[in-house]
Design a protein around this ligand. Sequence first.
Ligand SMILES: *Cc1c(COP(=O)(O)O)cnc(C)c1O
Length: 442
Amino acid sequence: MVFEQKEIDKWIQTYPLLKHIINLEPVVWLNPSLKKMNQLSPMAVNKEDMEDAARLWQRFAPFLANEFPETEKAKGIIESPLRKITNSKDKLNLIHHTNIQGNLYLKCDNELPIAGSIKARGGVYEVLYYAEKLAIEAGLVNQDDDYIVFSSNKFKEFFKQFTIGVGSTGNLGLSIGIIGSKLGFHVSVYMSADAKQWKKDLLRSKGATVHEFKGDFGEAIFTGRQQTIGSVNGYFVDDENSKHLFLGYSVAAIRLQKQLEEEKVLVDAEHPLFVYLPCGVGGSPGGIAFGLKQVFGDHVHCFFVEPTHSPAVLIGLLTGEKEKVCVQDFGIDNLTEGDGLAVGRPSCFASSISEKLVSGIYTIEDDELFKYLAILADSDGIFLEPSAAAGLDGPGRILASNYVQQHTLDTSQATHIVWATGGALVPKGDMEGFYKKGKSFI
Ligand SMILES: *Cc1c(COP(=O)(O)O)cnc(C)c1O
């Protein structure tokens, strides 16, 4: 349903920023509905749900350590390092003529084991949650057992009866396919046309079935959902409306709190924390922002970033229509090279929470993604996939907006965390191409 021009004009009258969004200009939107923690009415999930999710991760740690050798050192806990990127900070200040004060860190989810992207949090969690539920219902296990039993043939035979389906532009499919196949499930991944060939190949090599679609993500997810729930013992991981993905992501906040303590970084009124999160359907940034708010309250300020061609969550929150509108309704093409960000319609579940917790959203052009990828590579030797570099524009963009004044913040001792969402599994040749492209924009 594409709106008629008359209707779009009406929207623009109410929300003037929409004109710039439709013109594909990079914009900064500050959320007028941002709530203080003590003003929040109960939400669909709470802090206890997040802590329950953390305990589920813990129960599965022995299984993960056994099945994925790369998680052995961390005893089966899937976590990424927090790295200070001082050289990149200096470089950003230099080229933007800015003065970002305080610390700049990169949260390196590009290094997350199993999926090499932030989807190792949400996607892996939802499959583990489902597996545990089935196993408990079948009387195969209880929560006090050692979950190493999930590695046994008996469990793998049991899970063979079940199919997990997922619609994906790539990374979510990878995470579900890898963990689902490992447990013994049949996994069907419904992929959009723009999904990379290497991701399809990798999935097939892990035993997943890949269905390819001509259209975009919305179409893949629609058909995937229909086919999966229509099949016997089918379970669909619904990126457009999933509480479990959301809770899986949220646990990152508890882990980050510990990492900041280890770094002796304070978070309080004098030491505000700014976090910049690349956003597709809004599940991963929403879940992490939710978690961070539970941990740090009003002292954490979470910003999402979307490509100028795919501002799905921005349009959903700006208009208040959330999942009822998509970027195509406004004549925006949803074409971007930011894998995982090429999303036209926001998650229903995540939007209903983010609308109160996100401080703002900014948009970024594709060329900039490549530029930041190259800057980070040159300055600090870290290689990301293009979408994952989107947060590097955050400190400059937000400090130049009215946000700091509006909230009378002192940013001289602030900490900025750029959330790097993926990269580890990108083939070397592709990465070289990204880097070269980025260098041409510096
Ligand atoms: C999925 C993904 C995101 C965004 O997560 P959503 O839950 O879709 O908002 C960001 N970066 C990368 C690399 C991703 O794969």
